[in-house]
Design a protein. Sequence first.
Length: 161
Amino acid sequence: MTDSASPSRRDEAATPIERCGMARAAELLGDRWTLLIVREALYGVTRFEAIRADLDIPRTVLSKRLRHLVDVGVLKKRSYREPGQRAREQYVLTTMGVELALPMIALMHWGEKHILRGEAGSAIVERGSDAPLHAGLVTNDGRPVGLANATFRPMTPKAAA
């Protein structure tokens, strides 16, 4: 990244699209409904009817997206039963799904800053202290790094096992 926090001029991306985690994640999650369903699960809304009502999403679209998210391992089905009712399924995050929290939080912060112009609908805070939390870049040892000091570097493919 340059001082203006935008990528340096290149004639091609640092990595081919088929080996780029950003591109592959966009293929997997890149439609509006899928991201909103993941958002619901991160907020703890896991039952079909509750998700449908929150998002005002057609049943067929919701069913298809939930099936996709289960198939790729972001969500898993868990049975529940209300007293006097038949057993139903809720959709809970897997470990893979929980790990989407950080990119979703970064996207939320971006949307609050650039689309909502600072009008946040909620905040991510530390339990106990209520200190605000923000997504960011850190080294493996936990040292924060500003975007101006980050760059994309191509990686060599791992040798076939």
